[in-house]
Design a protein around this ligand. Structure first.
Ligand code: DC
Length: 210
């Protein structure tokens, strides 16, 4: 069993670092944010208000989710593109703040890890909640402007200022919610990815693995 937990805010480089590290270690990689996004997508598809906690909690119980790297199918439908869209991005914080949704998804994430005897898992609460016994816990950060520029490139937005404002708003929501807020685990390695290459960061992490 070998588990690497990678947490941090949006645009901190989690996905790229997690994917690259997983490939080098020969482990699978789980993007838990894609799971929260998939639930938000399913709610919107069914015209359920993402803030309607009880209805969304019921929805998630029977939802069939299959994740494969950054891709996800929801009840058999490939939603890999839609989950990155602005509608889902706006709706996802409310879904992620729902304690019943978190309980269900955390349980599925633990099952994913157990089935594969480990993996590289990225999110907001992996080192604090999902797998506190991870072999290595990493908390990535980066300057807001750098995170906004990365996100802008990802979604092809035209105005970086709007992207930065959106990111700041979502980070504030994720960090102040009651259920498993985004926070650095006491024993996590803090890495600021501003101005560093993926190769450099991954080499750094490989050197820290017990
Ligand atoms: O990493 P991302 O932007 O795809 O995450 C989408 C949302 O889900 C974001 O608002 C944070 C939330 N999230 C969470 O609360 N816990 C996780 N383990 C992963 C993501």
């Amino acid at each position: 069993m070998r588990v690497v937990a990678i947490d941090g805010p949006s645009g901190s480089g989690k996905s790229t670092v997690a994917r690259t590290l997983a490939a080098q270690l020969g482990l699978e990689y789980l993007d838990t944010g894609a799971m929260y996004r998939a639930v938000a997508f399913a709610a919107l598809q069914r015209n359920i208000d993402p803030a309607d906690a009880d209805t969304v909690a019921k929805l998630v119980q029977d939802l069939h989710l299959v994740t494969d790297g950054p891709n996800v199918t929801v009840d058999g439908v490939d939603a890999s593109v839609e989950i990155r869209g602005s509608e889902v991005t706006r709706a996802v914080s409310a879904v992620a703040a729902n304690p019943d949704v978190r309980r269900e998804l955390v349980s599925r994430q633990r099952e994913w890890i157990r089935t594969r005897s480990g993996g590289v898992v990225e999110g907001r609460d992996i080192g604090t909640e999902v797998w506190p016994d991870a072999d290595l816990k990493v908390y990535l950060t980066a300057d807001l402007s750098v995170r906004a520029a990365r996100r802008q490139q990802e979604i092809g937005a035209s105005n970086q200022h709007d992207v930065a404002a959106d990111l700041a708003r979502r980070d504030a929501k994720d960090s102040t919610r009651e259920a498993s807020p985004l926070t650095q685990a006491a024993d996590a390695v803090l890495i600021d990815t501003t101005g560093r290459t993926v190769e450099d960061i991954v080499a750094d992490l490989l050197g820290r693995l017990p």
